[in-house]
Design a protein around this ligand. Structure first.
Ligand code: HEC
Length: 101
């Protein structure tokens, strides 16, 4: 009985940590991001290493759905076709900035 409770608790905790991109691998997302020089345009826009685009006060992404939509737009701009798994991975990686729960 105790172990069942522990299992349920750990599953719940895992779900909270992984949300909202439960199947995403942040490391794979980072690699995709770096390999495709995703920040090259963002640097032109916000300077620095480009990451400020994700935390600027007037940022355009406010929820996970908008993030995925933006990934599609930018993926196209970067000339790459993102698979659903790529979107999950990039979402998991970029959620370090957005902190969606
Ligand atoms: C051709 C230029 C270009 C490339 C390449 C590009 N982006 Fe973007 N990206 C932009 C611009 C411009 C904006 C800001 C749009 C705005 O402010 O309306 C943006 C915004 C974003 C945002 C939303 C930031 C916010 O305001 O919350 C995300 C997320 C993003 N890009 C992800 C990516 C990813 C991931 C890649 C690589 C697959 C990528 N971008 C490649 C031009 C680009």
């Amino acid at each position: 009985m105790k172990s069942i409770v522990a299992l349920i608790l750990s599953l719940a905790a895992g779900a909270v940590l992984a949300a909202p991109f439960p199947n995403g691998n942040a490391q794979a997302g980072k690699k995709l991001f770096d390999d495709n020089k995703c920040n090259s345009c963002h640097i032109d826009k916000v300077g620095g290493n480009g990451s400020a685009i994700f935390t600027r006060p007037n940022r355009i992404v406010h929820n996970p759905q908008q993030l995925v939509e933006r990934l599609r737009v930018c993926g196209e701009a970067a000339g790459i076709a993102l698979t659903p798994q790529d979107e999950q991975n990039l979402g998991a990686y970029l959620n370090q900035y957005y902190k969606f729960k």
